[in-house]
Design a protein around this ligand. Sequence first.
Ligand code: CO
Ligand code: CO
Ligand code: CO
Length: 328
Amino acid sequence: MGPGDLGRALCGLPLIYHPNLLVGIEQIDDAGVYKVRDDLALVQTVDFFTPIVDDPYGFGQIAAANALSDVYAMGGTPITAMNLVAFPIKKMEMEVLRDILRGGLDKMREAEVVLVGGHSIEDQELKYGLAVTGLIRPDEILTNTGARTGDLIILTKPLGTGIINTAQKGGMASPEVVQGTVEIMAALNRKAAEVMRGFRVHACTDVTGFGMLGHLCEMLGEGEIGIKVYQDAVPVMPGAEEYARMGLVPGGTYHNKEFYAPNVEVKEDVSPYLIDILFDPQTSGGLLISVQEEEAEALLRSLQGAGLKDVSIIAEVVTEPQGRIILV
Ligand code: CO
Ligand code: CO
Ligand code: CO
């Protein structure tokens, strides 16, 4: 399903309101937040999908890193997780499932998250993911809105996973490119989330299905701000542009473009392939961190110091054009 689909399905249904619900489904944020005490809230999120890589162990790692990411994007600390499994038991070896689960467990161990349970069903198509619970102080919640004029926005992983996965499915991607992409997707956003705690961060989200420009559009919130994106500053995975030029672009890219285009102004000299990359749906993408201007350089250096290679200041929060993204 594309951007807006779940929103449309829920439209008009009587949602459940509660005074302790701090971030709910209406906010289109990464995770929901429920206050249990004045100084403690639960962050909850769930994510699962069909395999995007051939290697079951790698897929398990990626699916877990992707599910955990939404807790990190809220500024929370994940503590427990549950496996969600749909498995075609009649046509697939149990060993495949074991490898997927092992990949997931290894990521949970790295994240210091405890597996507390799960649920599996038989299905025609394999699916795996996690339901994750984390903790957060209510006064430290970071949502995807709240960016302020003057903020600089940092992206912590390069873009291109959707395009590269499409190329791989078509047998067109080089093994080195695929391997590099798997490593990036399997990387936790934990370090980035820990590092950003020491800085004046006003908003945060992770780049996933809506593509970078789609998630930036969500960061516009009520539209009092605009975001100026610097095309040359956006980190792109090796191979992504080449495959985009070959037309190996997933359907999700077009859906994102169509849905968010009214909010995005593109200068004429931006390559159409780069635009595809900027709208490319990402799996387990990096964080978009909107930080107070004066602290952006220091945050960037700290992220690099923590071992993040492709971090970059990719955008600036501006007053004009209001409620829009401008790509320069
Ligand atoms: Co997210
Ligand atoms: Co998610
Ligand atoms: Co958030």
